[in-house]
Design a protein around this ligand. Structure first.
Ligand code: H13
Length: 262
């Protein structure tokens, strides 16, 4: 008897369809894996300090400084009924909606510098000046994907999506190029889980009344140049709750009456 024909792809770890690689692929894999792990840990037993609470929205920080510069890590948790994890991530990732919700952007402040793939973009953003800090700009890659469910997820979680934004350098836009605008460095992870409220229903029967989105938003900002610690903490305390409150209200209004994008 002759042996069955050998499938030469059989034992390869990456199964088709394979994603096209680009110069940031390896970094993105590493940062996304790390950020998802970190978001999944939740508030845990670490010493997070609750600094803002509005209904289901809770924001925590850890006060940290490096050479007198505030770099407080932030973790925010929220829970909103009526839209999916994919929808929340979609509106956060897609540039065409950015001006409709991002209130820290300067007029015409957002540029897509490069599209590396359908799920990965490089942005330049010019942010509004916030007194007493100098104006800030940022260059970052932004990547969106669905994340496989994990043993630690609740059994009513249907799926999980993430967007990670991470500062990067590009030659054509050097940091602090004009001496006035300071380059800010940020790592942001928006992880969302679709929660099914009625476990008896089949996925195809679910309406917006049957789903909720469990949101974890983590961020670490290095302000890039000196700014008074108390002023920066005041800005964060005001701007993060404003962002998450406004953005979730935006996703609610954008998705109302539309079929659910799972
Ligand atoms: O995450 C938010 N916005 C993203 C889409 O615009 C961009 C953000 C990012 C910016 C820069 C580098 C990497 C990622 O993810 C919402 C951000 C809310 C921020 C509130 C506080 C920031 C205040 C900064 C002021 C410094 C003086």
């Amino acid at each position: 008897n002759r042996a069955a024909p050998v499938d030469e792809n059989e034992n390869k770890t990456v199964k088709p369809p394979c994603k096209l690689e680009h110069h940031l692929s390896a970094e993105i894999e590493r940062v996304v894996t790390e950020q998802v792990q970190y978001a999944r840990m939740g508030i845990g037993k670490d010493s997070w300090q609750l600094f803002s609470e509005e209904g289901e929205m809770k924001m925590y920080r850890r006060e940290e400084e490096v050479n007198g510069l505030v770099i407080d890590p932030l973790k925010a948790c929220h829970y909103v009924k009526g839209f999916s994890a994919h929808e929340m991530c979609y509106y956060f990732f897609q540039p065409e909606y950015r001006y409709e919700w991002e209130i820290t952007l300067d007029t015409n402040g957002m540029t897509v510098i490069e599209k590396l793939s359908e799920d990965t973009l490089i942005f330049h953003q010019m942010h509004k000046r916030m007194w007493p800090a100098a104006q800030r700009d940022a260059v970052f890659w932004s990547h969106m994907r669905e994340v496989p469910l994990d043993k630690s997820d609740d059994k009513n979680v249907l799926n999980c999506w993430v967007v990670v934004n991470n500062s990067t350098d590009i030659d054509s836009l050097p940091a602090n190029g004009n001496g006035k605008v300071v380059r800010i460095y940020m790592t942001v992870c928006l992880m969302c889980q679709t929660v099914v409220l009625d476990p008896k229903k089949d996925k195809s029967q679910l309406t917006r009344a049957d789903i909720a989105c469990k949101i974890t938003y983590c961020s670490v900002v290095n302000p890039g140049g000196w700014a008074p610690s108390a002023a920066l903490r005041m800005i964060y305390k005001r701007e993060y709750p404003r962002f998450l409150r406004k953005f979730t209200a935006y996703v609610t209004s954008k998705t109302k009456g539309k079929s659910i994008m799972f």
